[in-house]
Design a protein around this ligand. Sequence first.
Ligand SMILES: CC(C)(COP(=O)(O)OP(=O)(O)OC[C@H]1O[C@@H](n2cnc3c(N)ncnc32)[C@H](O)[C@@H]1OP(=O)(O)O)[C@@H](O)C(=O)NCCC(=O)NCCS
Length: 167
Amino acid sequence: MINVDELRLNELEEAAEFLKFTWVDTYSHFLSQATIQKMTDFWLNTELLKKQVLDPDILFLSAKDDSHKIVGMLTVIKLDKETALLARMFVHPEKQRRGIGMRLLNEAIERLRGYKKMRAEVEEKNTRGMNFCLKQGFKEIETKRELVEQALMYITVLEKTLGSQPR
Ligand SMILES: CC(C)(COP(=O)(O)OP(=O)(O)OC[C@H]1O[C@@H](n2cnc3c(N)ncnc32)[C@H](O)[C@@H]1OP(=O)(O)O)[C@@H](O)C(=O)NCCC(=O)NCCS
């Protein structure tokens, strides 16, 4: 059984390890090892993750299996009162295509009651991420290029309309 809940402060080390592992799995076929190293050092240190867990405008969910091991993770940033950004979402490669990603996304949407839109930014070579988002009802709204740690990223910006229940 999979349990989805907010990440706790005593899980930061495990979360950072999980995210580094899944980052490499996702991006190593189109980003250099040096770029991945710089990005993961910058984005996935426990101090930054702690700030995100404590930030009321950030929703940080983890999915755990029966042995309480993290198998999936999602971060959503509330950009304003209507729009949230799916900033990070990873499922362990050995546990993909079992509905865990969908579970995490639906839990996040449930907790974003009143929000009208969710945005996602996916590198165009990340076919798993792109296919997942399109399947979940995200629609492409624009493409952009970004230079991140000297790597040129081709980003597709997608948006999904959320339910309009009052908050
Ligand atoms: C994207 C990701 C989080 C999806 O997690 P998941 O648990 O495998 O997704 P689900 O099992 O809930 O998939 C739901 C549906 O999305 C689609 N989908 C998911 N992964 C897919 C893939 N690799 N190829 C094609 N379609 C895919 C399918 O339609 C799937 O339903 P189905 O299995 O019944 O056909 C996972 O592939 C991952 O961690 N990828 C690397 C990180 C990443 O790309 N993050 C960015 C997401 S914005």
